[in-house]
Design a protein around this ligand. Sequence first.
Ligand code: BG6
Length: 285
Amino acid sequence: MHKLVTSENGLEILEIINTEATAKIALQGAHLFEYARHGQPELLWLSPTARFEPGRAIRGGVPVCWPWFGSDPDIPERPQHGFARAVLWRLESVEEADDTATVVTLKLDDTMLEQHERRWFPYLFELTLRITIGEQLELALTTKNLGKEPFEITEALHTYFSLGNIAAVSIVGLEGVTYADALDGFAKKSSGAPIGITRETDRVYLDTEDTVILLDERLGRTVIVGKSGSSSTVVWNPWIDKAARMEDFADDGYNTMVCIETANALSNSVTVAPGDSHTITQSIK
Ligand SMILES: O=P(O)(O)OC[C@H]1O[C@@H](O)[C@H](O)[C@@H](O)[C@@H]1O
């Protein structure tokens, strides 16, 4: 079952319920911001102070960062993490093949952009996000080049995971992988042990296609984050000071969230040739 409702501030929200799970997706940004299996706690973190406003990304859930990840030092007026997370997408279809899974397809193309956004990314494209809500959560983001020249993108499915408590969490699967440390001028580093988070953490793990496992002792939950078409994994927690600086991020929110982002960032950028397409997927169970 699904229905489209309008939020207080006028955002259209698709609400989904099937025999396995419930979910909510804002059409702005094609932004999934709630997903839970029946009888289980919410998988995605959503800031209690998140603002659901036109033209602004929602703080939590799965923002789609595209066609660039991070900020652009050469063109500072380009917004951090691209425009896709803050513009209105088109709801293409909702398929309910059986009761157990719902497949939602959303699209964005260059004709739907404002002039300034087209200037930032002057290419003909079609972007498709397919979200499968069921026993597992699956997201597939496809970039199609409809123009006559190649273009380069960086991107991320910037998933915020909800946790029992950050002190009792470890992230397995990135041991020995080189990362660029955004808090140290993107210096290249690596670590041997599973990651525990005890301070601000902002890392782009490079050249890794591996599955990552999030062990949450407090919730007694193991979350397996698989991916394809992605060579980077980003791990982010703002910790105390940065959380306090962000007005849509609850001050104590850093205690109950971590972002594990399926990405192609920095040197893992992707070039899409004319007529070609590129897909990145994230599957969570
Ligand atoms: O505040 P934003 O634009 O949603 O970004 C949140 C974070 O996103 C992460 O992916 C970046 O690595 C961080 O540097 C950034 O702070």
